[in-house]
Design a protein around this ligand. Structure first.
Ligand SMILES: NC(=O)c1ccc[n+]([C@@H]2O[C@H](COP(=O)([O-])OP(=O)(O)OC[C@H]3O[C@@H](n4cnc5c(N)ncnc54)[C@H](O)[C@@H]3O)[C@@H](O)[C@H]2O)c1
Length: 314
């Protein structure tokens, strides 16, 4: 057999997706459906300064929920950043049943990734280093993702990219149980993202689409997601950088980033990400900038084998 008849696929059902300008208003209803009456909100100081944290906390508190805010996530989080949240998440989620407590990740990829590890630390007597070592774990707390960059697509999978500060390398930390059960994709929440960060995170989404198309792990479903992701991101990134308040561009970028995340969760990524993770671990470079630094050269050197995939994005 050849072609599609020779292809096998095993795809997990996706999370509930709430997309649209103002979609954040539906967060309480999503938490009701999950039975979560308490929230451990994971975020960072940049989101607080942008006013996004106060807005979401207000929404959650007016729905009658107890909210504990942990805003100490640093860019490119490491194992120490996860460990620093352990006592707080265990204390916030220990009353009643852990099932009634949700970790809401409000931020960019750094926050979303850290939140997955924190959700596991909330239910396991372990350290972040144990998680990184792949020790068997009990299922983590429920995770709800609200991405504010577009982006990493980190809301689509249960694994976070966490730095091992001692070894200067990035590790994948996570588990299927902490894959976000709900993703709220609200373009309005990305409007305050500064121009340079909009460009860097948009390049990340574009590279996800390109590397997913070229991956040996691609299948017809990942290709469909990746092709549409590349179309949306390449058509909107310049406009979003030029005018951060352009909601149409922000919407296209956010959906494109999400679809690229779904694509990479199926296919895996490639050499551009491999080199960029190592670069960031050694230099602290912004993820999207590290990707942009090597994208052209990797494409040139792999054109002989990945040419058909690259032709799709030309
Ligand atoms: N799990 C995955 O699938 C995956 C994929 C790609 C990258 N990553 C990881 O994601 C991380 C990078 O995430 P990122 O690029 O989204 O950046 P980030 O989360 O590090 O955020 C960068 C900065 O932007 C600020 N910010 C975010 N949203 C904002 C908003 N709406 N308004 C104002 N400021 C805002 C933050 O406060 C922060 O200072 C890296 O650690 C990378 O390894 C994970």
């Amino acid at each position: 057999m050849t072609g599609l008849a020779a292809t096998t696929m095993s795809l997990e059902p996706s999370a509930r997706i709430e997309f649209g300008v103002g979609a954040i208003a539906r967060l309480p209803e999503c938490l009701d459906e999950l039975g979560a009456d308490r929230v451990f909100l994971v975020t960072d100081v940049g989101l607080r300064a942008a006013g996004v944290v106060d807005r979401v906390v207000g929404l959650l508190e007016s729905s009658g929920r107890a909210v504990t805010v942990h805003d100490a996530i640093t860019p490119n989080p490491g194992t120490a950043t996860l460990d620093a949240a352990t006592a707080a998440v265990r204390s916030a989620c220990s009353a009643g049943t852990a099932a009634g407590c949700a970790v809401v990740a409000l931020g960019g990829g750094s926050v979303l990734d850290a939140a997955k590890g924190i959700a596991l630390l909330g239910t396991n007597s372990a350290t972040a280093r144990d998680l990184a070592a792949g020790t068997a774990m009990r299922p983590g707390l429920l995770v709800v993702a609200v991405p504010t960059t577009a982006g990493t697509g980190a809301e689509t999978n249960g694994f976070g990219v966490i730095e091992d500060e001692r070894a200067h390398r990035k590790l994948y930390v996570g588990d299927a149980s902490v894959r976000p059960r709900v993703c709220v994709l609200d373009p309005e929440l990305t409007v305050g993202l500064p121009r340079a960060a909009t460009a860097a995170t948009g390049i990340d989404a574009l590279v996800h689409g390109i590397e997913s198309l070229a991956s040996r792990g691609a299948n017809p479903v990942s290709v469909a997601y990746a092709a549409e992701a590349v179309r949306l991101v390449s058509g909107s990134l310049a406009a979003a950088v030029a005018d951060g308040a352009d909601l149409e561009a922000r919407a296209q970028l956010l959906l494109g980033s999400h679809l690229a995340g779904r694509a990479l969760s199926i296919s895996g990524l490639g050499l551009v990400h491999g080199i960029a993770h190592a670069t960031t671990s050694h230099t602290g470079a912004v993820h999207g900038v590290a990707l942009a630094a090597v994208l052209t050269e990797v494409m040139e050197r792999t054109a002989a084998v990945a040419g058909p995939a690259y032709a799709r994005v030309a």
